[in-house]
Design a protein around this ligand. Structure first.
Ligand SMILES: Nc1nc2c(ncn2[C@@H]2O[C@H](COP(=O)(O)OP(=O)(O)O)[C@@H](O)[C@H]2O)c(=O)[nH]1
Ligand SMILES: [Mg+2]
Length: 451
């Protein structure tokens, strides 16, 4: 995410020295302009940004520091619009949020993602209302999502959207829910009927927030439709979905400024954890290559509890890491969201995120093989990988539908990985690891699936 823009900033910054002249500044801003336009940032936004950065840099004496400071300030300014940032709770619960957008923009998915985030990270009690009754499949889709993330749903195929909303808010008040998220129907294009339905729902819901979910891949259309929704029903936030599919990413830089409503969240994948809070200062740090440490800490804190982490580390150190621990670790990784979106938050790892691309740990064939192998093991075998002799291996292979060679290969990889982890957990182990990796010449050798 944002790797193209981050790269272009790096290039521009590289053009200017500690103390420098107007010619160098011109070179840097020219580079910046070119790459921002190439990333699909709106030309007016680009023009504004370049002008201010030039002016501010000159004012403080041309040089790398003043250029960086000017760029940073200007980015924060452009990314900020008047209104709330992140998720803001109403002073009196429940906080009611109306989710709006065109058909297929990602409303239902984003509703689930938001619920998941509020439940996991903020420990809130969330209720979802199924206000999309245009298609039967829509209610079914929401039922599935709610079952997966274990969030309560109010749905009724035979009721009107306004009735569902009334019921949901009543239930939330009676049963002390913190948040009600209302999913609504979309259309292929903006039409009167849709706006009327939304207006009716809005009237009964009296929402604290109205989010407009826009498909990032539609580029400038996202800005246009968001503006129309702002004018017709009033929105308090924009969510850009499918940002993972938009390699350029420029629309995120311009949309708040252009629509005049803050960009609140970004959807970065199809899975429930793939939602990121958009806080202008944090994103600016990330764009300038400094990573988003706060965002990363929030994500990990919600998933990994300290006790488990300590227990794992001690097991690894003693060389007792077994298959149960392995499965547990995989579950935690899954909860943290796709590898790619996590990597992008670590300073200096943006490039690696690009390389990892669409790697799907959970669904890789190796991961599936391990999972089916482990499920064919007895509890004792899971606890102690050393028990696995040939007879046991044959039985496990048959049970998991694998041949014995595959089982041997996976076992070997598992043992190697456990050995490496043990090494890494000792003092000076990290250095030794790096030396080893250098010698291997990047041939891998970690956990299966992590190629
Ligand atoms: N890759 C990706 N796909 C997404 C994202 N958000 C939604 N989708 C997909 O987009 C499609 C439409 O989403 P849905 O939530 O049903 O849209 P709705 O009609 O607005 O409710 C589904 O296939 C989702 O899985 C995202 O952030 N990234
Ligand atoms: Mg939907």
């Amino acid at each position: 995410m944002f790797s193209t823009i981050t790269d272009s900033f790096k290039n521009a910054i590289g053009k200017i020295r500690f103390h420098d002249d107007e010619k160098a500044l011109k070179k840097a801003t020219t580079e910046l302009r070119k790459s921002l336009l190439k990333s699909d940032v709106h030309h007016k936004v680009v023009k504004d940004l370049i002008q201010t950065v030039e002016l501010e840099t000159k004012k403080h004496g041309i040089g790398k520091d003043s250029f960086l400071a000017a760029l940073q300030n200007e980015l924060v300014r452009i990314l900020t619009a008047e209104g709330n940032q992140g998720f803001v709770f109403a002073s009196k619960p429940p906080t009611v949020v109306l989710m709006t957008g065109l058909q297929g923009s990602g409303k239902t998915t984003t509703t689930g993602k938001l619920a998941y985030m509020l439940k996991e990270q903020k420990k809130k009690k969330v209720l979802i209302a199924a206000g999309d009754l245009q298609r039967l499949a829509a209610v079914e889709q929401l039922r599935q999502i709610c079952a997966d993330i274990e969030v309560d749903l109010v749905a009724d195929e035979d009721a009107k959207p306004e009735e569902i909303v009334t019921r949901a808010i009543q239930k939330a008040t009676d049963e002390l829910y913190d948040v009600v998220l209302i999913d609504t129907a979309g259309r292929l294009a903006i039409d009167e009927e849709l706006m009327d339905e939304l207006a009716r729902v809005k009237n009964v819901a009296k929402p604290d927030e109205i989010f407009y979910v826009a498909d990032a891949m539609t580029g400038m259309d996202a800005v246009r439709t968001a503006t129309t929704f702002k004018e017709k029903i009033g929105i308090t936030g924009v969510v850009l979905s499918k940002f993972d599919g938009d390699s350029k990413g420029g629309v995120a830089l311009g949309i708040a400024h252009q629509v005049g409503v803050p960009l609140r969240f970004i959807g970065s994948g199809e899975k429930m954890p793939d939602l990121e809070v958009f806080i202008p200062e944090r994103i600016t740090n990330r764009l300038m290559g400094a990573g988003d440490i706060e965002g990363l800490a929030e994500r990990t804190a919600s998933v990994i509890d300290e006790k488990t982490a300590k227990r794992m580390t001690s097991k690894i150190k003693k060389g007792q890491f077994n298959f149960n621990d392995f499965l547990e670790q995989m579950e935690q990784m899954k909860k943290m969201g796709s590898m790619k979106s996590i990597m992008g938050m670590i300073p200096g790892m943006g490039n690696m995120a690009k390389q990892i691309g669409e790697m799907d740990l959970e669904n890789s064939s190796e991961m599936k093989a391990i999972k089916s192998m482990v499920s064919s093991m007895t509890p004792k075998e899971r606890e102690n990988p050393d028990l696995l002799n040939n007879t046991r291996k044959r039985r496990i292979a048959a049970g998991a539908g694998l041949d014995q060679m595959q089982v041997n290969r996976v076992l070997k990889q598992f043992k190697n990985a456990a050995k490496m982890a043990k090494k890494m957990s000792t003092k000076g182990g990290m250095k030794e690891m790096q030396k080893m990796m250098g010698q291997m010449g990047g041939q891998g050798g970690g956990f299966p699936g992590m190629r």
